[in-house]
Ligand binder design. Sequence first.
Ligand SMILES: O=C([O-])CC(=O)C(=O)O
Ligand SMILES: [Mg+2]
Length: 219
Amino acid sequence: MFIVAATDSVFLAPSWDRVAADETRRLREVPAADVGDALQRMTVMDGGIRLLTGRATLVGNALTVDVRSGDNLAVHRALDEARPGDVLVVNGHGDTTRALIGGLIGEIMVNAGVVGAVVDGAVRDVQVLSEMGLAVYARAITPAGPFKHGPGAIGAPVAVGGLVVAAGDVLVGDADGVVLVPRHRVKEVVDAVDVIAEKEEALRQRILAARPGHTAVAR
Ligand SMILES: O=C([O-])CC(=O)C(=O)O
Ligand SMILES: [Mg+2]
């Protein structure tokens, strides 16, 4: 940790599995909407979880953190457990009065290879986070800083955006928002998204063909 604080109040789960990057590669190329459709439109975070930085594409394994509202001690501690390709997923209990992540946490994320964050709460320093190339999704922005007393939990299932996210599950985000792909459903989703994309394209072509003044020139 880069801050000096006792962490006895922070629970740490023993370990969890992650999905290898080559298994999720296809999910980087398709809209989050298609990924959600491949999951029967079910495991999609609510629209309050919005992209707040310039980089939209987010695909990675959840490093889950539960915090006390307005307190980010467990976030600092969690980053010691981070692996490259992780996404910080924080249950801030919907509290938007204090930011749980900012530019300094962003710098630690970059050191650890953490590609972004999804926060059920608020963040700050969004301009700086954006310049770092991090994809950060949250409910709100506030300049108000967090406390660092704990308690918290790392690696336990968390409630974020109306979903339960387990450590190691895959998050897929773009400008529309964030979709959860449960770890054991990645292959099924990768197989399904191509079929969905083909169907959408076929329908789009029919719509374009019906547009007034349409000439049958391939795009
Ligand atoms: O004070 C904090 O922990 C949050 C913050 O602004 C930063 O990480 O830069
Ligand atoms: Mg800051």
